[in-house]
Design a protein around this ligand. Structure first.
Ligand code: NAP
Length: 458
C-alpha cells in the first residue's frame, strides 16, 4: 500500500506510469534506467507486477512535436496517473517560462522537494566518513525568495515600491532602502510551512527515523525563517503529540526523570543556566513552559518514554552546514525553507558522490514526480557516457512510494554492487583508482547482471 502524506493509496499491480524522457543526456539516461526498472520488477515479482511506461512530453521534444514546451496533455496524464518520473529538461531561453521544472511544480502544487542523501559503498567521496550520511531533506518548494516576486533595479515599479517602503512603512525609523536597489519579496506562510513539516514528520514516523530537524535562519529573519521554526514546532506538537518530543521538552523531562523531586524552578535553572540574571518576564515565561510541559506530557513521555519518541529539534542554517560535514550521523530528516534547502541538498549530495547519483522527488497532496536533480548536461548528450544513477535512484524512490520495496531494494543493491566492482561512468572513474570506465548503457547492463538477470545480446 502506498501513501500520500499518511493517506493510503491503492496501487494496481500493473500501473501505467507516465515518463518524460528529458532533454540532452536525458535520452541516454532514460534508455538505461528503464531497462534497470523493468529487470528489477520482473525479478522481484515474476510477472505478478509490471509497469506500463507511458511517454508524455515536455521540453525540446514537446516543442518540436507540438510547438509547446509543456502541453496540457502532459499535466492531465500526470493528474490521471498521479505518479510520474522524468529526466532533466532544458530551461527554454526567452520562452516565457522561467523553468519547466518550476512550472510543473507550481501547476501540480508539488510543494515538497524530497532529496534522500545516502552513501553507497565504493562511491568516491571528498570526506573521511561518507557512510555517516543518511539524511532525507524535505525542502519547501513554493515560497521564500523562489516565489518569483521581484522588481529590477531602475524600473518604475522598483522605484515606486522603494518610495512606498521608505516614505510609509519605514518612515521615522533608522532603516531606508537605497534608491538603486532591486527588490525581492520573501513570503513564507503558515500554510506552506505546516504542510511541508507535516510531510517530513510523517515520513520520519513511517521510516522510524530518530529526528526531524527544522533548519532556518531565524536568528536574523525573525518573521519568515524564525516563523518557520515556530510553526514547525506548533505543527509537530499539535498534530503528532503522542509520537514526538521536542528537544527542549526532552531536557525538562530528562531532568525530572533523573531527579523526581525537582521543582519547576530548579528544572528551569538547569535548562537556562544563568537564569538569575534574566528579566522577571523571561523567568516567568520559562517557569510556565516547564510547568506546561510536565503537566501536558510527563505522564505519557516521562520515565524514559520520551527516548522512543521522534525528536523534533532545530538548527540555524549556517550551523547545519558544519554539522552535516562533522556529525552527519546525528541527523536523519531535515525540513527546510526553499533557499536553504537548495543549498544544503547539494552540499550533502557532494559528500556522497555528487549530482550523478543524487535522486529527488517533488511531491504534493496526491501527485508526485520523481526526477534527476542534475540538468541536461548538453555537452554529453547522445554520447552514451553520462551517469544514469540519479534517475535510477529516483526510480528507487518511486518504487518505495508505490510500496514496491522488493524492486527498490534490488535496484539499490545492484547499484552498490556495480560501483563496488568499480564499473562506473566517466564521472566516477576519474575519481577512483583502478576503475573501469563504462558507458551509460553498459552501466545499466552491469546492474541488471548484478540482479542475477540475464541480459539479451543487442
Ligand atoms: P547540468 O546539466 O547539471 O551539468 C553540469 C555538470 O554537472 C555537467 O557538465 C557534469 O559535470 C555534471 N553532471 C550533470 N549531470 C550529470 C550526470 N548525470 N552524471 C555525471 N555528471 C553530471 O547543469 P547546467 O549545464 O548548468 O544546465 C544545463 C541545462 O539543464 C540548462 O538548460 C538548465 O536550465 C537545465 N537544468 C535542468 C534541471 C532539471 O531538469 N531538473 C536542473 C538543473 C538544470 P562534468 O562536466 O564535470 O562531468
Amino acid at each position: 500500500m502506498a501513501s500520500f502524506n499518511g493517506v493510503p493509496v491503492r496501487v494496481p499491480d500493473h500501473p501505467i506510469v507516465p515518463f518524460i524522457e528529458g532533454d540532452g543526456t536525458g535520452r541516454d539516461i532514460w534508455k538505461a534506467s528503464v531497462r534497470v526498472f523493468d529487470a528489477a520488477v520482473e525479478k522481484a515479482y515474476q510477472g505478478k507486477r509490471s509497469v506500463t511506461w507511458y511517454e508524455v512530453f515536455a521540453g525540446e521534444k514537446a516543442k518540436a512535436r507540438f510547438q509547446n514546451w509543456l502541453p496540457d496533455d502532459t499535466i492531465s496524464a500526470i493528474r490521471e496517473f498521479r505518479v510520474a518520473i522524468k529526466g532533466p529538461l532544458t530551461t527554454p531561453v526567452g520562452g516565457g517560462i522561467r523553468s519547466l521544472n518550476v512550472a510543473l511544480r507550481q501547476i501540480l502544487d508539488l510543494y515538497c522537494c524530497v532529496r534522500p542523501v545516502k552513501y553507497y559503498a565504493g562511491v568516491p567521496s571528498p570526506v573521511k566518513h561518507p557512510e555517516r550520511m543518511n539524511i532525507v531533506i524535505f525542502r519547501e518548494n513554493t515560497e521564500d525568495v523562489y516565489a518569483g516576486i521581484e522588481w529590477e533595479e531602475g524600473t518604475s515599479d522598483a522605484k515606486r515600491l522603494i518610495e512606498f517602503l521608505n516614505k510609509d512603512m519605514l518612515k521615522g525609523g533608522k532603516k531606508q532602502i537605497r534608491l538603486d536597489s532591486g527588490i525581492g519579496i520573501k513570503p513564507m506562510s503558515v500554510t506552506g510551512t505546516k504542510r511541508l513539516v507535516r510531510m517530513a514528520i510523517q515520513h520520519a514516523l513511517d521510516n522510524k527515523n530518530k529526528a526531524v530537524t527544522l533548519v532556518h535562519k531565524g536568528n536574523i529573519q525573525k518573521f519568515t525563517e524564525g516563523a518557520f521554526r515556530k510553526w514547525g514546532y506548533e505543527l509537530a506538537t499539535e498534530e503528532f503529540r503522542a509520537h514526538v518530543v521536542t528537544e527542549r521538552e526532552s531536557w525538562v523531562i530528562d531532568n525530572k526523570d533523573k531527579n523526581p523531586g525537582l521543582t519547576v524552578e530548579e528544572n528551569a535553572n538547569l535548562i537556562e543556566p544563568g537564569l538569575e540574571f534574566a528579566t522577571d518576564d523571561f523567568r516567568r515565561d520559562l517557569y510556565k513552559e516547564v510547568k506546561d510541559c510536565l503537566d501536558c506530557i510527563y505522564a505519557t513521555h516521562g520515565k524514559g518514554a520520551w527516548k522512543k519518541k521522534l525528536m523534533i529539534n532545530d538548527r540555524i542554517a549556517d550551523s547545519i552546514f558544519q554539522q552535516v560535514v562533522t556529525r552527519a550521523d546525528e541527523y536523519s530528516v531535515l525540513a527546510t525553507p526553499n533557499l536553504n534547502g537548495d543549498y544544503i541538498s547539494d552540499a550533502c549530495a557532494a559528500q556522497v558522490g555528487g549530482l550523478g547519483i543524487a535522486p529527488g522527488a517533488n511531491i504534493g497532496d496526491g501527485y508526485a514526480i520523481f526526477e534527476a536533480t542534475h540538468g541536461t548536461a548538453p555537452k554529453y548528450a547522445d554520447k552514451d557516457v553520462i551517469n544514469p544513477g540519479s534517475v535510477i535512484l529516483s526510480g528507487v524512490m518511486m518504487f518505495r512510494h508505490l510500496g514496491w520495496t522488493e524492486a527498490a531494494d534490488l535496484i539499490e543493491q545492484s547499484l552498490e554492487r556495480t560501483i563496488e566492482q568499480k564499473k562506473v561512468t566517466y564521472d566516477f572513474e576519474r575519481l577512483m583508482e583502478g576503475a573501469t570506465k563504462v558507458k551509460t548503457s553498459e552501466f545499466a547492463t552491469c546492474m541488471i547482471e548484478n540482479m542475477g538477470v540475464a541480459v539479451a545480446a543487442d
